[in-house]
Design a protein around this ligand. Sequence first.
Ligand SMILES: Nc1ncnc2c1ncn2[C@@H]1O[C@H](COP(=O)(O)OP(=O)(O)OP(=O)(O)O)[C@@H](O)[C@H]1O
Ligand SMILES: [Mg+2]
Length: 256
Amino acid sequence: MKKDKLKDNCEIKKEENIKGKPVILKLNNVFKTYYLGEVPTHALNGVNLDIYEGEILVILGPSGSGKTTLLNVLSGLDRPTSGDIIYKDKDNIAKYSERKITNFRRKYLGFIFQTYNLLEHLNVRENILVGSKLGNSKADIDSIISVVGLSRHKEKYMYELSGGEQQRVSIARAIAKKPSIMFADEPTGALDEKTGKIVLKTLVDINKKYNTTMIIVTHNPGIAEIADRVIHVNSGNIDKLIVNEDKVKPEDISWG
Ligand SMILES: Nc1ncnc2c1ncn2[C@@H]1O[C@H](COP(=O)(O)OP(=O)(O)OP(=O)(O)O)[C@@H](O)[C@H]1O
Ligand SMILES: [Mg+2]
């Protein structure tokens, strides 16, 4: 039933409802080629894509199709072999020096990893404070703790939290610096349905509250239902781009 609903809601349409929003990241003919001896693998094969400010973009695709490579290149973690990545119409971050890209990532980008990378000897509030120090604006830590639903757990240490709660601390830490773009590679991969949906709701709430652009890689096609747009990556190319006309609340998506 819900699967049919997704089919009805997600049709390939002109991107009218997205147009009008400014483009935050623009990819021009981006290649990433790995060499095994003389043999090239084109992990990205001439990708063109506009990402709009404040959108939730979900990246789907089979294993080995290039999703993580795309995310790494988009976020400056990895440099493309050729092509441009333009931030806000002016800076080509693909051409930045190592130092400049590190600063850029610190200032403007947030990351949610599958392994949470939290500091065991710090409590919830302190872990989040670590995030806020790196950024360009002082964030209101308490309001962030409340957005991720951890107000009752502020003083707890990481071993006193469940997996989903720890994932939400890592989300809070990532948003504490108010990034303009948040990247997440399989943010719910290690979580059960109930916890995964709570984490997704957190991401949607942050997107609404701070207009943070969200780029989410996942194997779970149900997560596509919360997106503004969904791209399907195949053999290093975007082979389908879907505008989701009727977003579903995280608690109502079909899981898996
Ligand atoms: N460092 C590397 N050296 C050589 N080849 C690589 C490297 N990283 C990725 N690749 C290759 O590039 C292609 C894309 O890999 P990528 O990790 O982006 O896939 P993915 O879509 O994220 O897959 P998964 O869903 O399994 O995480 C694969 O063929 C992979 O083997
Ligand atoms: Mg991957």
